[in-house]
Design a protein around this ligand. Structure first.
Ligand SMILES: [Ca+2]
Length: 264
């Protein structure tokens, strides 16, 4: 073997190994997120006076948390009619935000008041309060921990008994932090998040914070629906038993059951 080959072959092997490792790293990097659109399966009435900040489906009915100072509520709502079955009004100094149901309790966040409320699911009796250092936006749970957003790219995992922070993730899309994480819903192992103030919902991997997909919700409301003041898309609820996904928005006249369609 001449001297050139003695040098060339190891160099070629080394270069190939480096290229192979790089290829594997790139292949494992989820640099493409899926895009989804939707099909409306059902349309239901929604209270135009509800500034929707939290939405949950549980045992056949919707639970909704609404915001704004002096207008914040927790309510139990009949899906088919939009009728309010039960309601608790928050004191005027609290701006209600996301809600979730954990066991027999409903947990409701507040916007800038650094306090969360825990209610009995059946009676809406206030059982306790807890504090957190950030703003409160959305909340959901994965069956073991509460997951809350504060409008930044962070999601906080809380112990559901002590409300202490256990861990947190930062949500990224192609290495860019995603701001405006708002109302949340845990759906089949992923976190769905409304992205304020857009018409998009992010599907997030809870372990890594990586955005796995975007749902483009443009066109849900007709021009006629916009004839009176409506605000942004906000509110995702999931009916686990029947696999139904519901969305609505702040002051929206309608609430929609949708199926997702893969766009690419
Ligand atoms: Ca929700």
């Amino acid at each position: 073997m001449n001297r050139f080959l003695k040098l060339f072959i190891p160099a070629l092997v080394a270069t190939s190994a480096v290229l192979f490792v790089l290829f594997c790293l790139v292949s494992k990097n989820p640099d493409t997120s899926s895009t989804y659109t939707y099909k409306v399966v059902n349309t239901f009435p929604h209270d135009r006076n509800a500034f929707t900040q939290g939405l949950v489906f549980d045992d056949g009915v919707l639970y909704e948390g609404t915001g704004l100072y002096g207008r914040s509520t927790l309510r139990k709502v009949e899906l088919e009619t939009g009728s309010i079955l039960q309601m608790h009004k928050l004191s005027a100094e609290f701006f209600g935000e996301g809600i979730t149901i954990y066991g027999d309790n409903i947990i409701q966040l507040t916007y800038k008041e650094n306090v969360g409320f825990v209610y009995n699911k059946y009676t809406f009796e206030l059982l306790r309060k807890f504090n957190y250092p950030t703003e409160g936006w959305g909340i959901t749970h994965n069956g073991r921990q509460l997951i809350m957003s504060d409008g930044t790219p962070a999601l906080f995992f809380l112990d559901p008994e002590t409300f202490e922070q256990v861990s947190r993730i930062i949500v990224y899309d192609h290495n860019i932090p995603v701001w405006g994480l708002n109302e949340l819903e845990y759906v089949e192992g992923q976190i769905y998040a409304n992205i304020w103030p857009t018409e998009r919902i992010a599907r997030i991997a809870p372990e890594t914070g990586q955005v796995l997909g975007w749902i483009d919700m443009k066109g849900l409301l007709t021009q006629q629906d916009y004839s009176r003041p409506v605000d942004v898309l906000n509110g995702i609820a999931y009916d686990k038993e029947n696999g139904r996904l519901f969305v609505t928005g702040k002051f929206w006249p309608k609430l929609f059951e949708i199926n997702l369609i893969t766009a690419k």
